[in-house]
Design a protein around this ligand. Structure first.
Ligand code: SD4
Length: 331
């Protein structure tokens, strides 16, 4: 009898312990609990990318490896026409890619306007780890990638070429920033993936990769490979990344601004909002464009803000691996 009671008691306290452990799982702000590890990324395709990153994080891996593995999924996605293979070309029919990566030590690497390489994010990482430089562009970036053993490939798919030829008919060879009826940089012409992760050790890293605005001038570089514009990580504070019309983000050193605002005490969402409002304040015409920021802080809290409705972001952690959230917006 006593033994049974003892066993029942042990079972009950064991269950209570499990319940307490579950209740203590990471939450956003509750009790200041740390939300680690966690990964977030831009747009709806961020869900699949996050899941690849999560495999690294859940195994106790480094945030840097997680973000590289995560965005490689999007770079390889043939259904995505603004990142990696199958990206829409520039107005001359050339697919030119931009990518950047940044780790918890402040190391960073980037490539801009690189052609024929399917995974520019991995070239960006090699620039960071194997050269004394931060940014390689165009032919030089391609030369370096080939030397590093990356295969030279044709990235323009038949589908993307058809879309480009269609565009040429009506667009009269002008750079282009919006789909039919869309706003420049919105869901009709987006797809940059920006990803931020915090690992079990509490370290932050970020990655950003894109084929940029469809039908751009040949040689145009957007915000994505510019450290401080399309991506910025400060391991003491947090990280930020952006999507939308890159020129507006570069003008305002957008991701650096978001991180600095978090340093001053803003939440990730408040920091993203203030950066968007800075862009709007300095050039009111930007209200007709789309720019969105996504940020994560050192506690793993995630927030976002955009000029227009329609920006979404994906968040993945131990509790949920497929969350997709609508970003708040000014308009
Ligand atoms: C660029 N920011 O090249 C990228 C494009 C993009 O949503 O994110 N579009 O300007």
């Amino acid at each position: 009898m006593n033994r049974r009671r003892l066993l029942q008691g042990a079972l009950a306290s064991g269950m209570a312990l499990t319940a307490r452990r579950l209740a203590a799982k990471p939450t956003d702000r509750a009790g200041g609990a740390r939300t680690v590890p966690r990964v977030c990324s831009t747009w709806d395709f961020g869900v699949a990318a996050n899941q690849a990153a999560w495999k690294v994080l859940a195994a106790g891996g480094r945030a840097l490896d997680a973000v590289e593995q995560g965005v490689r999924v999007t770079e390889a996605d043939l259904g995505n026409h603004s990142v990696g293979r199958a990206g829409y070309p520039d107005r001359d029919g050339k697919v030119t890619l931009d990518a950047s990566i940044m780790d918890e030590h402040g190391n960073c690497g980037a490539v801009a306007a690189i052609e024929h390489i399917a995974h520019p994010i991995s070239v960006a990482r090699r620039v960071m780890e194997r050269t004394p430089h931060v940014l390689l562009v165009g032919d030089g970036a391609l030369q370096f990638a080939l030397e590093q053993g990356f295969p030279r490939e044709e990235l323009l798919t038949r589908e993307s070429e058809t879309a480009w030829r269609e565009w040429l008919k009506s667009a009269k060879y002008r750079p282009y920033t919006a789909g039919p009826g869309g706003k420049p940089g919105d869901a009709s012409n987006h797809d940059t993936i920006g990803m931020l992760a915090i690992d079990a050790a509490g370290n932050l890293s970020g990655a950003c990769t894109t084929s940029g605005m469809a039908w751009k001038l040949h040689g145009r570089v957007g915000d994505s490979p510019i450290i401080g514009a399309g991506l910025y990580v400060d391991n003491e504070v947090g990280g930020a990344t952006s999507t939308g019309v890159g020129e507006e983000v570069i003008r305002n050193a957008g991701s650096f601004l978001v991180v600095e605002l978090m340093r001053q005490g803003r939440s990730p969402e408040a920091a993203c909002r203030e950066a968007v409002e800075r862009i709007l304040h300095r050039r009111p015409a930007t209200r007709d464009l789309q720019v969105g920021f996504l940020a994560i802080d050192k506690a793993g809290q995630v927030g976002a803000w955009a000029i227009q409705k329609g920006f979404s972001y994906a968040v993945c952690d131990a509790a949920k691996q497929d969350a997709l959230l609508p970003a708040k917006s000014t308009y």
